[in-house]
Design a binder for this molecule. Structure first.
Ligand SMILES: *[C@@H]1O[C@H](CO)[C@@H](O)[C@H](O)[C@H]1NC(C)=O
Ligand SMILES: *[C@@H]1O[C@H](CO)[C@@H](O)[C@H](O)[C@H]1NC(C)=O
Ligand SMILES: *[C@@H]1O[C@H](CO)[C@@H](O)[C@H](O)[C@H]1NC(C)=O
Ligand SMILES: *[C@@H]1O[C@H](CO)[C@@H](O)[C@H](O)[C@H]1NC(C)=O
Length: 305
């Protein structure tokens, strides 16, 4: 009895479904066929099924759902369309909400499945960036996900889109942040370090522009000013044994006929034995013609008579 009942029961279901099933794209309800609604699919003519998140069906009487295209998403089941991923966002998963681009990335248009990375020398410091900006002049961008950093004193960057700053050349300096160039160390000064202001050359030394050190006056020269660009020749009748001190007159009994000496090397003779007296200073003979210390005396002033 039970066996017969079961066979008849199953047979009845098959008869009923084969008789009452609608065509695909429709579903059956109380014996009637209804068109499958958007966001759903009707693959067997019996039931209406909901499209999953990440899928859609965009019209009536669909028998299947389509997967969202790359760069589109539907985050809810039953969608009749997919949304284009917005600008500044990516949609790596079609069944989830868009994800903002991380700093260092950007999405310049709608419909990006993944964000693009900023190129070296460009940056986006915020999330949801729609563009990467070039690192400005005077700045460097060691990473793409941080704000540009000003070139520190002693360095510079003339170009945009740089990942580093350049050091000033020797003999140049800049004491500011964010420099686009370095300054040449002026004459009379020296720049031992590029991140400090020029230092005046001390007395007895000099420099031309662009120097890291000052040069000591050579033997027989002097200067007595700070920040000198040159040294001066010791004048005739004088000697310069210390470049920091004014020329000193040759002591009595000695002389220099030419400039640029560090000592007085010529000794005056006594007048009767000298026939040609060159620039004699303070010699006994010079005193005859009233030459004072350090003064030069014309030739032949001291004569035999
Ligand atoms: C980045 O975010 C900061 C702080 O919210 C804001 O002040 C700045 O304008 C943003 N920059 C860009 C390029 O959107
Ligand atoms: C340069 O920037 C640093 C760090 O921000 C700061 O400490 C320094 O005072 C700045 N120097 C100048 C000259 O502005
Ligand atoms: C450099 O020398 C000139 C001329 O002697 C002087 O007027 C000026 O004040 C000096 N500057 C410095 C920084 O020493
Ligand atoms: C030197 O000077 C003194 C005093 O001024 C003067 O009497 C004398 O005649 C001068 N001698 C010569 C050689 O000019």
């Amino acid at each position: 009895m039970v066996w017969w009942f079961l066979v008849i029961y199953l047979f009845g279901i098959i008869i009923q479904s084969s008789e009452q099933a609608c065509s695909t794209g429709y579903y059956t309800y109380e014996g009637q066929c209804y068109p499958c609604s958007p966001g759903h699919y009707c693959s067997d003519g019996i039931d209406e099924y909901v499209c999953l998140a990440g899928e859609y069906s965009d019209g009536w009487t669909q028998s299947y759902c389509s997967t969202c295209a790359s760069g589109y998403y539907s985050s809810y089941a039953g969608s009749d369309h997919c949304n284009k991923c917005p600008i500044g966002f990516s949609c790596p998963r079609r069944d989830q909400e868009p994800v903002p681009c991380n700093p260092g990335q950007y999405a310049p248009n709608e419909g990006y499945a993944s964000c693009s990375a900023c190129s070296q020398g460009y940056y986006s410091a915020n999330s949801s960036a729609t563009e990467c900006l070039p690192c400005p002049r005077g700045y460097y961008c060691p990473t793409t996900d941080m704000l540009p950093i000003m070139c520190p004193p002693g360095t510079y960057q003339l170009s945009t889109s740089s990942t580093s700053c350049s050091k000033c050349y020797d003999g140049q300096f800049t004491v500011e942040n964010g420099s686009v160039s370095c300054n040449v160390c002026p004459g009379g000064f020296y720049c031992p370090t590029a991140d400090q202001l020029p230092i005046a050359c001390p007395i007895g030394t000099y420099s031309t522009e662009g120097q890291t050190v000052c040069t000591k006056c050579s033997s027989g020269q002097y200067n007595t000013f700070l920040n000198s660009t040159r040294c001066y020749q010791c004048p005739p009748g004088h000697y310069c044994d210390d470049p920091k001190i004014c020329p000193k007159p040759c002591p009595a009994g000695t002389y220099n006929s030419s400039p640029g000496y560090s000592s007085c090397y010529n000794t005056c003779g006594t007048c009767p034995f000298i026939t040609r007296l060159f620039d004699c200073n303070s010699c006994t003979q010079a005193k005859i013609s009233n030459c004072t210390e350090g003064q030069t005396v014309p030739r032949f002033v001291c004569s035999w008579n």
